[in-house]
Design a protein around this ligand. Sequence first.
Ligand code: SF4
Ligand code: SF4
Length: 424
Amino acid sequence: MPDYRQMWIDLGMDVEKHDLLCEALPEAFGEIYLSQEHRPEGMNFFYYVVSEIHGVRPAELIEHQKQGGKVFGTFCVYVPDEVIFAAGAIATGLCGGSQFWVPGGEKVLPSNTCPLIKASVGARLDRTCPFFRIADMFIGETTCDGKKKAWEILNQDVPVYVMDLPQMKRAKDVAAWEDEIRLLIAKVEEFTGNKVTPELLGDAIRLINRKREALARLYRTRQNSPVPISGKDALLVSQIAFYDDPARDADMVNKLCDELEQRIAGGEGVFPANAPRIMITGSPMAIPNWKLHHIVETSGAPVVVEESCTGVRYFEHLVDESQTALDGQIRALAERYMQINCACFTPNPGRIEDILRLVKEYKVDGVIDYSLQFCNLYTTESYLVQQALKEAGIPVLHLETDYSEQDFEQLRTRVGAFLEILGK
Ligand code: SF4
Ligand code: SF4
């Protein structure tokens, strides 16, 4: 493994503190990932990316900056990466998924803020994540209250541009999002000095669509029984898609799918065909948050689909590629992104329709409705989600947790009891 220490020093990181994270991650990763049996060969690329998580991709981003390019950090699946790539810049997901960063966030945020926000702020302010150091500009959005206020705090340390996401889905809201995308284009053009032309935007739309198609193909393999890949592995692929090079990522996901489709043809799986099939719905799981998947799968049940932003919400629906003029392309982007069903919208019946549809498509036996602690949106919407699932006769378990290990055994007990109810 190359020595990235000088790179981290040059980024102004707190390398001693960062060493503690580097020591803890391989052990956790080995225990959670490498202990799995019958792992697909195609996962080795993704394991490698994690093993070098603060090295390889950050070095590529820095190289891009040396060539005069910019890097934008994003926190939400509504922010259109296409605009950023069309301007010759790189977009990278920045959501924090580790407890390691939470105390740093708590220095400036109320403790009853969701761990994803605390970890994201902590990773920047404590200077312990290269991605948070490299990004020239952060792009926030007006989704939940915690994030809205966090942008103001982060903006004292790094430029943060905020997109105003509408919270309803009327025609005027789609038009408003279209306007926001226009403003983003203007901002990105000003910041990079590059023009977003219809040709470049068309290329970027195809690039990101290709990644979405690869992820959709991966998820389709999980509709089979026995399931050819664990939920933990699929989650990891999804998490890496947020920050890897999109073209390479699509290639590697497709390569993995070739292998999984062979497994399906041969009737091979990673769990017995009669194991209860679980869907997880709710708050996103930013890398390295693998806690709930690990508990469920080591209790004997595969997670076969995630209705979340680190799941189907990230890749379902393609942007219309037939538009060749900027206006039509921006409209197509707005229409695609406004089809995502986040709990920040009211009303949000589309999410419940998605959950019920996914139950059928993935032959789900039980749903775990997951909220990050203090995530008001998903915890509150949980009432409607549980109601709809109960009416449809689908067993559901609501769990609220954070990034710490404190409730690990308690969660395992509750998951175990739920799996027994599923009675397979
Ligand atoms: S849950 Fe909502 S706010 Fe969070 S990343 Fe997804 S769309 Fe954005
Ligand atoms: S998990 Fe919930 S509270 Fe946290 S950033 Fe996402 S929407 Fe906001």
